[in-house]
Write a protein that binds this ligand. Structure first.
Ligand SMILES: Cc1cc2nc3c(=O)[nH]c(=O)nc-3n(C[C@H](O)[C@H](O)[C@H](O)COP(=O)(O)OP(=O)(O)OC[C@H]3O[C@@H](n4cnc5c(N)ncnc54)[C@H](O)[C@@H]3O)c2cc1C
Length: 422
């Protein structure tokens, strides 16, 4: 393999979208994308709940998500490329004094929201609004008093989104090399003297090559779109990736009344029940209309450790004793279903502001820290990464809004903490 100008490590949504936008801006640039998996989109991109929303409290997250949704929508509606995108809505079910109601209300100046009071909600035959029984009291479950529906929200198929970028990249002449695992980054002096032990403190440093299972690969610059694996790759060089992994699990529940529930909606014309966030502990039900199922999940925080394993396993007890108990109390249809599939992956968390990190260090560009929303921000993250590559101060997004590129970096970072994490 001849040395490309840019070697992208990671063929998930971040690597693909970033390479696509870099190549669009720099058509003559030689780009190669490598991944240790046998094909693209096999990492956390494949584990996603694949919901999309532009309901975020920090302005930058709104910009990134709103732009990405607009882009995906046009690819599907104008270009006729099916991304499995369905505007089923995101339905937040909230108790009377839930502060999130006010937070969400404020977003109505930016995006389409519908509000439902308790009497409206009582018309939804699938929900139990009042949590009066003994079990609900023990769990401290809140009643449903309010419903807030985000209309510019729904579900998507990450595999189809990645397929879109992959095909475009192939057409543009970008090379892919799969089954290629990066084992080590080789740091060398910019001006080598060929003394043993280089690089010394007083020498400027660069990453000249990567050691992989298929030999050494050199390039002028490297883009790491390696999600939770970024830390393990950069730590030996003393470069901080600023992220921590948290395990996330999804349980697909099928059968009984779920089949009827998932394929109708009192809230939108989509004939798909919305992506629903229950009032307690952030438990969500993501409709999976093709499988006539709901995917039940949660972004649990304290109590869920930061450990990391290559093959995270979903925990049956976590479903049976935690998720199921809350879900069945609000949505009795869940009682008639069975777990027909389950999986686990990781959020690559920026633990401070829950917003991606996209920055340069040496001749590396690092794009990580998607914090659980890397699909729904995927296109915009690619655009910002292309700006970091080009050293552009501003990134023009697809929706016409701008982002100051440095704000997503490390040195010039200036971002409000995101409070809607699902
Ligand atoms: C359970 C769950 C639910 C989620 N729900 C949503 C949601 O509803 N909406 C949403 O937008 N996002 C969601 N996410 C988050 C989303 O999946 C991620 O933000 C996104 O997939 C990150 O994409 P990525 O390309 O950065 O990472 P990945 O898809 O993980 O890609 C990283 C790639 O790097 C490769 N790699 C790693 N190390 C090496 C190495 N040493 N050598 C070569 N290749 C390497 C991997 O093989 C992988 O393909 C969810 C995630 C999980 C786990």
């Amino acid at each position: 393999m001849t040395a490309p100008d840019l070697l992208v490590v990671g063929a998930g949504i971040t690597g693909l979208s970033s390479a696509f936008h870099i190549k669009e801006e720099n058509p003559d640039l030689e780009i190669t994308i490598i991944d240790r998996a046998p094909t693209f989109a096999q990492g956390n991109t494949a584990k996603s709940a694949a919901g999309f929303r532009d309901l975020f409290t920090s302005d930058i997250n709104f910009r990134l998500s709103n732009s990405t949704i607009a882009y995906y929508r046009d690819i599907q509606q104008k270009n006729g490329y099916d991304l499995g995108m369905k505007f089923a809505g995101y339905l937040f079910l909230l108790g009377e004094n839930d502060k999130r109601a006010e937070t969400l209300r404020k977003l109505s100046s930016k995006t389409a929201l519908k509000f439902y009071d308790k009497s409206d909600m009582s018309e939804d035959e699938f929900l139990v609004l009042d949590q009066n029984d003994e079990q609900s009291r023990i769990m401290g479950l809140k009643n449903i008093d309010v419903g807030i529906l985000g209309e510019n929200c729904g579900i998507i198929d990450p595999d189809l989104v990645c397929n879109f970028y992959y095909n475009r990249l192939i057409e543009m002449g970008v090379e892919f090399k799969f089954n290629t695992n990066v084992e080590k980054l080789n740091m060398t002096p910019v001006n080598p003297l060929n003394y043993p032990g280089e690089p010394f403190l007083w020498q400027d440093k660069t990453v000249s090559s990567l050691t992989t299972n298929s030999g050494e690969i050199t390039a002028a610059e490297f883009l790491f779109a390696t999600d939770v694996w970024t830390t393990g790759l950069l730590d030996p060089l003393g470069i901080d990736s600023h992220i921590r992994p948290k395990k996330r699990q999804i349980f697909q529940v099928t059968g009984g009344q779920i089949q009827d529930m998932v394929s109708q909606s009192p809230y939108t014309d989509s004939k798909i029940y919305p992506f629903t966030i229950l009032p307690s502990r952030g438990v969500y039900l993501r409709p999976a209309p093709k499988e006539k199922s709901f995917w039940v999940g949660v972004a649990d925080d304290i109590g869920r450790d930061f450990s990391f394993s290559e093959n995270p396993e979903p925990e049956d007890d976590f479903y049976n004793l935690s998720l199921y108990q809350i879900a069945q109390s609000y949505v009795p249809s869940v009682r008639s279903g069975k777990v027909t599939s389950k999986w686990a992956g990781y959020y690559s968390y920026n633990t401070i502001d829950k917003t991606p990190y996209i920055f340069r260090s040496l001749n590396l560009i690092i794009s990580t820290g998607t914090s659980g929303s890397g699909i729904l921000k995927g296109d915009a993250i690619g655009r910002v990464t292309a700006s970091v590559y080009d050293r552009s101060e501003k990134t023009k997004l697809y929706n016409g809004l701008e982002v100051e590129t440095e704000k997503l970096g490390v040195e010039g970072r200036n971002i409000d903490k995101e409070s809607i994490i699902l």
